[in-house]
Ligand binder design. Sequence first.
Ligand code: FAD
Length: 388
Amino acid sequence: MGWDFSPTEEQQLLVEAVRRFMEQEIFPHEREVERRREVPPELGKQIQDRALAQGLYAYNMPAEAGGPGLDFLSVTLVDRELGKSTWGLCRWMGRPSAILNACTGDQRETHLLPAVRGERKDAFALTEPNAGSDAMGIQTRAVRDGADYVINGSKHFISCVTTPDFVVLFTVTGTDETPKGPRKRITAFLVDCDTPGFTLQRGPRPVSHRTYHNYQLSFADCRVPARNILGEEGKGFVLADAWLVNSRLEVAANCCGKAERALQIASEWAATRKQFGQTIGRFQGTSFKLADMATELRAADMLTMQVAWKYAAGTMTNGDAAMAKIFATEMCARATDHAIQILGGMGLMDELPLEMLWRDARIERIWDGTSEIQRHILSRELLRPLEG
Ligand SMILES: Cc1cc2nc3c(=O)[nH]c(=O)nc-3n(C[C@H](O)[C@H](O)[C@H](O)COP(=O)(O)OP(=O)(O)OC[C@H]3O[C@@H](n4cnc5c(N)ncnc54)[C@H](O)[C@@H]3O)c2cc1C
């Protein structure tokens, strides 16, 4: 246990720079892209170019991978700011999968560095139609054939800000006998989307982050060289676990930013909107909601930053990350819902970003592991040492 995560002067300057970026490059486009339900590619490219010019692109990547090499608390602070808008826009600022840091040898030149420079887009392809929470249930198979692997199967809900250039694909490459019985060997591959046998099409559109694309992937005798294995054969879940923990903290930080923006909109409204001859903030039914939102937001911020600090210190457990995701995502759902209530009918109109924040908040309890799965992870960590 320990607490030292107050922002340094450098971190404060970074947050101010990202806030300026959001004000200038992201917020002005929200209403238009939400109404069109699409981010025009030239707008995405413009956001990307300006993020690159300001050194913000791939802000999560270390210096040895060509990124800015920010400490993890700084990355979390940036994630918090980006949570204030929708991923269809913000993800153009670039946040390649941290899992790409496992690239070695030529993979660095072909996949990692181009992703960090914004030249190639990556996607993380684990989920399948019959394997969501039960990730071990994946059925996509990769069978060794000489110097290659031949891949067959399908994935869905695979998201990216635009059509990806390559995916980190999780496959079954065999079975291990363990004391608890047979266990699938899961192997991750870097698979370029133009590989013969690989087809990709847009999936159904979710209500959350609705300008952020998701894809269905199919593999029919898709041949990939063995050198495209990311990490070691059979060790795909070791990598996936590390990536998911990282992204769960990102989700928690996003939710704190989103709730802060909702609280700000609701507070301004409550302080100026009059009914029955007085501002609605004078009614306890409104003002107490604001007090609860602010209290829960502070608690979520503290928890998220403390877990990020533990991550940086190398002491974070999977249960810590689960705790931050559960609390921040559920806080965000309550905060955006309260904010809508405070605005009344106007809260639901697309004149304001509130309904977008409310819709976007919904998915945060589902992707990167549902709230139930987070509770499973956390409760196992609590109970396992006591069960003998
Ligand atoms: C828009 C979108 C984008 C996504 N992007 C990606 C991506 O880029 N890459 C990727 O790999 N995946 C992605 N996902 C998949 C996402 O991670 C899964 O949707 C999530 O893990 C839940 O899986 P599922 O939807 O199949 O639900 P299911 O696993 O079918 O779960 C349904 C319900 O059952 C509950 N449940 C299941 N098992 C248990 C249990 N043991 N105990 C208690 N409750 C349980 C769940 O909590 C949930 O409430 C994305 C999903 C969406 C919707």
